[in-house]
Design a protein around this ligand. Structure first.
Ligand SMILES: Cc1cc2nc3c(=O)[nH]c(=O)nc-3n(C[C@H](O)[C@H](O)[C@H](O)COP(=O)(O)OP(=O)(O)OC[C@H]3O[C@@H](n4cnc5c(N)ncnc54)[C@H](O)[C@@H]3O)c2cc1C
Length: 759
């Protein structure tokens, strides 16, 4: 893991979380290069292991067993994880262009994005066939296919197009699974008819005759009709056409033919082969650009074409990691020499497999067990990561720096030791913020568009200003998403009051480092923040950026309400008989504590970040429209703390139904494991406010009422007769887990105002 005291000197960016990059991440996690930071850009946080995919389709493995948790692996490696789609490169500026965030800068780049189905050359294929590639999104298509087949009454004909190892394995695995499912549903498994079509004269053209014979036998025994020399030329609903003019009826067509490189690679200027894959040398550097590497299916080695198989992508991890290490330290690179013969273990779906290596071929149930053992061992290497080593002290960098860079690096380290804060250089600031476009508002008289010592804003006639400030340090390593969450969190107070946001001033702490790196992080973070502020109609009018040990961001925010305060929702406005409505799920505190300790699943963090990026603006309008008389946004004090802040001034008691609380996925597991936010103990002191504490303290959701929230939802007190409509309206607005979670009670004589219902 990279030391936090070490300024970042070089950025290696990995596009795609394929089989090679997972190995690179693990390698850098075990043995980091001082001063080198890794960033992974991947469209999903769980990446499939292709070797077990047919076993998953056949039903022998669960989803988690065949996916590597990339977010967790990145955390182990001290790498930043950006969940996004790369859509292009600006190689001149060394930036990766992404679908949903500002460009990401790199010093070295590696691409391991697999392949894309080639369907554009067959009429109707893109519209009517189910592509297996990209395998990362195959699961959704497979689940839909199963559902479709389950719903269809009577016979179902499936055509698998592609007679390579992928097609053969998939046809057998699908047949095995679907027959089982039909039987379980009390239907006749023979209702399922499977065809396999190969454009080549035989199936498995890259394997030896013995292996081909073995599979021909298995396919015949299993009743799968093989159409050899049958190139599909057209796909239409319910039917496909073959080159010889014949047609075949098929309710579903699964496409497993040769794939090509992603279309966006064509715009990168990198040399590509005829199938659109990136040409690389034996060092895995692209032939066009020594700073760009490629591995796995997407790479096409000049003079040594390799089978598009996960086994090569896996094997390339080690040479790729080695060469990235060497390249970043300006050392000579080593050649990767792929093996001439390689072992393929191809399964038949029913826990039987055939081994193929050069001219050798053998088969049996034991071959499947052997394959299963190899695959499980591979996956265990990514599931059971070694305990995260303590962050080492700053190591002397082994990176060669220019004179100017060296001076910046030394000053960055000196700054850390002195522990002093200083302003970030003006030129870094203006470059980082120059391209950002905060919205302009008529009531901002002097703002960032004509910067001065301070901003000047007008309070429109009949309005009053609502003012709030929030600030916290980064809890994730993605500055863009952090910027979004921080802005959302700060705006939460304004919306909870029933106000509309008007203007915001930012306060930023940046860890010192090379100017280019500081500039880049600042741009990413402020881009995220400005997106959220702009969307809220809130003008960024100024700010201050200082240096500090950790990245942190906060905002002083102004909102506007009518002067008569008629629309203001105060904490003290609760009325006995009201229903408590919560607009978002809780659990961010425990989840990010687990994330910091590599104990959280990537999918949990994805879902939590999604809710944290969701604005409370519409929710506030909605609860107000449904008669809410009191409202607050959930932040650091947790649900209980904020509820008590409301019951006290309202002079009421309240009861919460623990079973009704909306809870983020994983939050119960991680709090049950004792993984709690560092703020939790301070919040737990408020347990004296719970009247029936002894009866509920063992409830699995009990710790979550103390869990501190970041960018949490709104807690509102809504008249009972409008609560159900309010929850329905919130859900329709996209607050999918909005719920009624309890009731407001008349104030009792009891000292503790809150009752928790465990039922
Ligand atoms: C049914 C089937 C069975 C197979 N079985 C085997 C087998 O048993 N053994 C074997 O060796 N091979 C097998 N293969 C082949 C194997 O799937 C591929 O060769 C292998 O997946 C290639 O690995 P990769 O690392 O290059 O890319 P992939 O595994 O495809 O990974 C690419 C990654 O990049 C991400 N990504 C893609 N585009 C972008 C983008 N623009 N921005 C950000 N991220 C992006 C994806 O989300 C994914 O995480 C099989 C193929 C099929 C279809």
């Amino acid at each position: 893991m990279q030391s936090r005291d070490q300024p970042v000197l070089r950025d290696i960016v990995l596009i795609g979380g394929g089989h090679s990059h997972v190995g690179v991440l693990k390698s850098f996690g075990m043995r980091p290069v001082p001063g080198v930071r890794l960033t992974v850009i991947c469209r999903e946080s769980r990446t499939p292991y292709s070797g077990m995919l047919p076993g998953y389709v056949a039903g022998h493995y669960g989803f988690d067993e065949v996916h590597i948790d990339l977010r967790r692996l990145a955390q182990f490696a001290g790498a930043r994880f950006y969940r996004d789609d790369a859509i292009g490169l600006d190689r001149g500026a060394r930036k990766v262009l992404c679908a949903n965030r500002p460009p990401v800068s790199y010093d070295l780049l590696s691409i391991n994005i697999g392949s894309t189905p080639r369907m554009d050359n067959v009429v109707g294929a893109a519209e009517f066939a189910v592509p297996v590639k990209p395998i990362s999104t195959f699961n959704d298509r497979w689940l839909e296919l199963r559902e479709r087949i389950g719903r269809r009454a009577g016979a179902t004909r499936i055509a698998v197009v592609g007679g390579g190892a992928g097609g053969v394995e998939l046809a057998l695995a699908m047949q095995y699974r679907l027959r089982n499912e039909l039987s379980k549903a009390g239907r006749n498994p023979d209702d399922l008819v499977v065809h396999l079509l190969s454009a080549e004269p035989d199936i498995l053209p890259t394997h030896n005759a013995r292996v081909r014979k073995a599979f021909s036998r298995v396919l015949a025994e299993r009743g799968i009709t093989v159409h050899r020399g049958s190139e599909v030329t057209e796909v239409a609903p319910g039917r496909l056409r073959v080159a010889d003019g014949s047609t075949l009826d098929a309710d579903d067509v699964v496409w497993v033919t040769r794939a090509s490189g992603a279309p966006w690679l064509r715009g990168t200027g990198l040399a590509l082969d005829d199938s659109g894959f990136i040409r690389v040398t034996e060092t895995l550097q692209t032939v066009t650009d020594a700073n760009v590497f490629a591995a796995g299916d997407v790479a096409s080695m000049v003079g040594r074409p390799l089978e598009k198989a996960g086994v090569f992508a896996v094997r390339q991890a080690r040479p790729l990691a080695g060469n990235l290490r060497r390249a970043v330290q300006r050392q000579p690179l080593a050649a990767y020499r792929p093996q001439k013969r390689w072992l393929a273990l191809i399964s038949t779906g029913d826990k039987y497999a055939v081994a193929s290596r050069g001219a050798l071929g053998f088969q049996g149930r034991w071959v499947w067990r052997w394959k299963d053992w190899i695959d499980r061992r591979f996956m265990a290497g990514y599931a059971d990561l070694p305990a995260m080593p303590a962050a080492p002290h700053a190591q002397p960098p082994t990176i060669q720096l220019g004179e100017d860079e060296a001076a910046q690096a030394i000053s960055a380290i000196a700054m850390r030791c002195g522990g002093c804060g200083a302003k970030v250089g003006a030129s870094v600031l203006s470059r980082a913020l120059g391209g950002l476009r905060p919205i302009e508002r008529d009531d901002v008289l002097i703002g960032l568009h004509a910067p001065d010592d301070a901003a000047v804003v007008r309070v429109p006639h009949g309005k009053a200003v609502v003012h709030s400030v929030d600030f916290f340090r980064a809890f994730i390593d993605d500055p863009y998403v952090f910027g979004k969450v921080a802005a959302n969190h700060a705006l939460g107070d304004i919306f909870a009051m029933g106000a509309e946001a008007q203007s915001a001033a930012a306060i930023v702490t940046m860890p010192p480092g090379l100017d280019a790196k500081v500039e880049d992080d600042l741009r990413q973070m402020m881009s995220g923040a400005i997106e959220v502020l702009n969307e809220a109609d809130c003008a960024l009018i100024g700010g201050h950026t200082g240096e500090g040990r950790e990245l942190a961001l906060g905002f002083a925010v102004n909102g506007l309400v009518d002067e008569d305060l008629a629309q203001v929702m105060r904490k003290g406005g609760m009325r006995a008989g009201d229903v408590l409505v919560l607009t978002k799920p809780i659990g961010t505190g425990t989840l990010f504590a687990a994330h910091a300790r590599q104990l959280a699943r990537g999918a949990w963090i994805d879902a939590a970040l999604e809710t944290m990026c969701q604005s409370n603006r519409l929710a506030a309008r909605c609860v107000f429209a449904h008669g809410a008389t009191a409202c607050t946004d959930l932040t650091g004090f947790g649900l209980l703390g904020h509820l008590v802040e409301m019951t006290r001034p309202s002079k009421v008691d309240a009861e919460l139904d623990l079973a009704a609380l909306p809870v983020l996925d994983g939050a119960e597991e991680s709090s049950a494991a004792g993984v709690l936010s560092s703020l939790q103990p301070a919040n737990v002191r408020l347990r004296r406010a719970i009247r029936n504490q002894a009866q509920v303290e063992r409830h699995p959701r009990y710790p979550l009422v103390f869990d501190p929230q970041t960018a949490g939802g709104l807690l509102a007190s809504v008249p009972a007769d409008r609560a159900a409509a309010c929850v329905a309206a919130l859900r329709a607005l996209g607050y999918a887990q909005a719920s009624a979670i309890g009731r407001v009670l008349p104030q009792s004589d009891a000292l503790a105002p809150i009752v928790l219902n465990a039922g």
